[in-house]
Design a protein around this ligand. Structure first.
Ligand code: ZN
Length: 353
C-alpha cells in the first residue's frame, strides 16, 4: 500500500525511472531489493528553505503522532511547488501527515512554506475548474434553498453574503440568483477576473485579510472547499467572526477525516492531497470554530453535483483503473451527465456564540 502512494506522488520527470523500476519489480524474483532502490530515489526530507514546521493549529501543542511520513518527489523545487498548489490540484499527498496528541487534530507538519502556497494560489489558472461552474451553481442553489427554509432567510436582496475563496464565482452567482446581495473574494487573479466577466458580480481579487470590509457587515459568510487549503485558518475564522453580524450564519464545508469514505478508502481517499493542509473531524472543527467564538448548529453530509466525466477523471488520480473508463464514457457521450456524489465531505453551519 505504501509503495502505491509513492508511485502516485512522484514527479513526471521521474516517471521513466519509475517505470523501469516497476518492470524490474515484475520481472525480478527479489522485488524487495528494487523497493529499497526505489525508496532511495524518494526524499523523506525537503530543504528547510521550502518547508516550515508548525505547532498544532488548534491547541498549539508540539507533540504528535506521524500518521504517514513525508514522501517528496525528488528534486522538488520552488517552481514545481508553485505549479502544484493551484485550486484543483490533484497531486497526491507528499508532506508528512500528523495527529496532535493533545487535541487529535490531523494536519500536515512540516509543510511547504505558506508564502509559496499563497504565491501559487494567486497565480492559479484553472479552465477545467471553471467548466464545471454550471453544475456547481446547481449544487449551491439546492443547498441555499434548504438553508433559506431551515433558517427562514429573507431573499429580497437585503441579506449580504460574503464568499471567501470564491474561485470562478459559482457560489456568488447562485446566491445572487437566490435573492442575496453578494461579495466574493478570490486570491487567484485569473479566477477572480473570470468570475467578474462571467457574472458581473462584486468579486475582489486578493486574500480576505487584504480587504477593508466593515465589521458586522455580513449576514452570511461561506467557505466552500477552502478551509482545508488555508495556511492561517485561525486568522481567517477570527476575521469571519468580526465581519459577521451577530445573528449571521457561517457556512463551511470540509473533507471529513472521520467519514466512512476516508476509512474505507484509506490512503486512496481522494482528499489526501498536498494542497489540503488540515483534516478536520466533526469534533476538531467544532473545537476549532469554538475557539474563535462560534457555536456549531449542524453538521451533515455534503453532496456535490459535477459532470460524470470530470468526477471520473479526478477519481483516476487515485484509481488508475478509471483512466480507460474516462475515454469510454466520453465515447458514449455520457461525460457531461450530472453526477451527485459524496466521498466524505461534510457541511457545517455555525453562529456566533
Ligand atoms: Zn492539538
Amino acid at each position: 500500500m505504501n509503495f502505491t502512494i509513492k508511485l502516485t506522488s512522484s514527479e513526471n520527470s521521474f516517471s521513466m525511472c519509475k517505470n523501469t523500476i516497476l518492470f524490474f519489480l515484475v520481472a525480478n524474483p527479489l522485488p524487495t531489493i528494487f523497493i529499497a532502490i526505489f525508496n532511495d530515489l524518494m526524499e523523506t526530507n525537503l530543504s528547510t528553505e521550502l518547508t516550515e514546521t508548525l505547532a498544532c493549529p488548534l491547541c498549539g501543542a508540539n507533540c504528535f503522532t506521524v500518521m504517514k511520513p513525508s514522501n517528496y518527489p525528488i528534486g522538488l523545487t520552488h517552481d514545481n511547488i508553485v505549479k502544484i498548489y493551484s485550486a484543483s490540484s490533484d497531486r497526491g499527498l507528499f508532506d508528512q501527515l500528523v495527529k496532535c496528541r493533545e487535541c487529535s487534530l490531523v494536519y500536515l507538519n512540516p509543510r511547504i512554506k505558506a508564502e509559496f502556497i499563497l504565491e501559487s494560489y494567486s497565480r492559479a489558472v484553472d479552465p477545467t475548474f471553471i467548466q464545471q461552474n454550471s453544475q456547481r451553481i446547481k449544487t449551491f442553489k439546492r443547498i441555499l434553498n434548504r438553508l433559506i427554509h431551515r433558517f427562514s432567510l429573507k431573499t429580497d436582496g437585503r441579506l449580504v453574503t460574503l464568499d471567501i475563496g470564491c474561485a470562478g464565482g459559482a457560489f456568488p452567482k447562485a446566491a445572487s440568483d437566490c435573492g442575496f446581495k453578494v461579495v466574493g473574494v478570490e486570491p487567484s487573479v485569473w479566477l477572480a477576473e473570470q468570475a467578474r466577466n462571467l457574472y458581473g458580480l462584486d468579486i475582489r481579487t486578493g486574500t480576505l485579510l487584504a480587504q477593508d470590509f466593515r465589521e458586522n457587515s455580513f449576514d452570511i459568510i461561506t467557505l466552500w472547499d477552502v478551509i482545508e487549503h488555508l495556511t492561517n485558518p485561525g486568522q481567517i475564522v477570527e476575521k469571519v467572526h468580526h465581519l459577521l453580524k451577530d445573528e449571521g450564519i457561517f457556512i463551511v464545508n470540509y473533507p471529513d477525516y472521520n467519514s466512512l469514505a476516508r476509512k474505507l478508502l484509506g490512503n486512496n481517499w481522494p482528499f489526501f492531497l498536498s494542497v489540503h493542509l488540515i483534516y478536520f473531524t466533526p469534533q476538531t472543527i467544532t473545537n476549532f470554530l469554538g475557539k474563535y467564538g462560534f457555536e456549531v448548529i449542524e453538521i451533515r453530509s455534503h453532496w456535490q453535483t459535477l459532470e460524470f466525466g470530470y468526477v471520473l477523471q479526478r477519481a483516476a488520480v487515485n484509481f488508475k483503473v478509471f483512466g480507460p473508463v474516462v475515454d469510454f464514457v466520453k465515447l458514449l457521450k455520457m461525460d457531461k451527465l450530472p453526477m451527485t456524489y459524496n466521498v466524505g465531505q461534510s457541511l457545517l453551519v455555525a453562529r456566533k456564540k
